[in-house]
Design a protein around this ligand. Sequence first.
Ligand code: HEM
Length: 512
Amino acid sequence: MSSYISSNVSHILDQIPQQSSAFVFGSGTIVASIVLIALSHFWISGSTKHVLRHTPFFGHLAFFTARHDFMDTTLKIAQQKLRKQNKDPQRGGIYDFHTVGHTVNVLHGETGRKLFFGDKNLSLYQGYLFLRGGFPTTSKLGEKIELDNSKLKERLLYFIRREYLTDVLPTIVSEITGELSKWGKTGEMDPYQRVYEFVFKLTCRLLVCTEFADNDKLRDHVRGLYWTIEDSANSFTNLVPWLRTRQKRAAAKATEELADIITNVINERKKTGRRENDPMQYQIDLGDRDADIIQYTFKILFAGSVNTAAIAAWALVYLSTHADQNKAVMEELQKAAHNTGMTGSLVEQLTHVPLDTWESEMPVLELVIKETIRLVFAIIALRRNINDPVMADGVKIAQGDFLAYFIHDIHLNPEIYPDPETWNPNRWVDNDSEKKTTYPFLGWGVARFPCTGMRMAKLEIKTIIALCIASYNFSSMDKSGELLRSDPEPDRNDWQRFMPLKPVRMGYERRA
Ligand code: HEM
C-alpha cells in the first residue's frame, strides 16, 4: 500500500534525535491533541531564541498558511531585538519558532548565510522533506528511497553538459516557435497559465521522456497528478503522520498513479525494444532500476518546472511594463541575430544563435532574469542537521534539528539593494553588493548548495523570452482589461506557484 510518509525514510530519520519539543505519536495522541487544542489560546514561551510566543504543540501554523508574512514578521522582531542590544542586525543572528511539534532555527544576516549555505553537516534534501512529511512515495519504490539528491545531481550533470545543451538547443527553439505559432496574430492570455503549461512540456521534453512531451493528453494528466501531490505539501497536516486527510489520500493516490505511468513507459520500451533519444533512455541504458527512474522523474518535475516557468512568466510581464528594458532586450537580440550572418526575420535568425551566445553574450537578458528572481523568488530555504552539532551565534544546533533561511532577508534588504521592491535590472550594472556582504544573491543557490539545473533553466528562460519578444509586442492588463500602470505585486505567500496577488492578463500583437 502506498504511503505518503515513507516508512523507510522515517525509519532512518527516527535514528536522528528529535527536538525535545517533538511529539511522540501513540495511542493517546488524539486525546492529547484535543486537550492541547483546547489549551492553545494560552501562549507559552520557552527558549530565549523565541521571537514570538507559541501555542502548545501546534506552534505557528502561519508557517504553513502565510509563510512569507510569518517569516517577515519574525525576522523584523529578531532584528529589532538585536538593535535594542546594540548589535548590528546585518551581521546576523539566530531565532527559532515552533510548528507542529518541531523547532525551526532561523539563521539570518551575514553570519547566518555563511553557516546555512556553507556548513557540511546540513542537508538540503532532509530539510525540504520536513515540509512534506516525506518523499512522495509508493510501493513501487520498495526499499529504494533515496536520502539525498546525489543520484539526481549525478544524472542531471549529464544533461547540463555543453554537448547535451548544444544537442537540445534546436529542440528548445523549435518547441518555442511551435508554441508561438499557435498564438495567432493577436490575442490575450494568462501568462501564468500559458507559460507554466508550456514550460512543463519543455521540462518533459528536455529532462524526462518523449512520451510525456509528445502526448498532450497524457502530459495534462501527469501535470494534474503533479499538482495534487504538490498542493498537499502546503499543509501542516504533513507533520502529523496519523492525520489522514482527504488531501493526503488524494496525494498518495496521485503518487501511486504517477509512478505507475512512469513504470508503464519504461516497461513498454523494454518490451517492444523501442528506443528514444531522451533522458529516460539514458537512464535505462545505464541500467538504472525502475525505482531510480521514478524518483529522478518526480524530483525533476518538482525541482525543474515551476521555478523556471515562474521566472519566465514574470520576466515577460515586467518587460511588458518597462519599455526601456524591452528595448534593451530587443537591441541585444538584434545584435545576436545579426552575428549569425543569416537572413530572414528576427525570429528566423534567432533560431541560428549558438549556445555560447545564449550563455555568454546576452548580458541584458541575464540581468532581467537575475532581477526577476531577486524580486519574485520568495523562498524560505530549509535544512536539517544530519551530522555533528553546529554552533550558531552561541546556540547549539543538534543533530536532527531543522534550520531555515528567509531569502528576502538579503534580497529585499534596502542596505544592499536600495528601493528593493522596484524591478530594476540596471541595479546590477556596476553593482557593489559583493563588497558589502557575503552571498548577497542567493537566487541560484550558493556555496555548498548551488542549483544543479541553473544552466538548463537559464537557457530555457532566455530562449522563451527572446522568441516571445521578437515575435510579439506585449501589454499587461488587469482582469477588466485596463493597462497596468505599475508592476503587479507577487503573492509572496504563494511559495509553490509564485502567482501575482491579483490576476494579470497579457495582450499580444505580432510584430510587423
Ligand atoms: C528559474 C529557475 C530556478 C531557480 C530560480 C532555481 C533556484 C534554486 C536554488 C535557490 C536552489 C538552492 C536552494 C537552497 O539552497 O535551499 C536550487 C537547488 C536545486 N535546483 Fe534549482 N532553480 C531553478 C531551476 C532548476 C531546474 C530547471 C532544475 C532541474 C533541472 C533545478 C534543480 C535543482 C536541484 C536538484 C537543486 C538541489 C541541489 C542540492 O541538492 O544541493 N533547478 N535551485
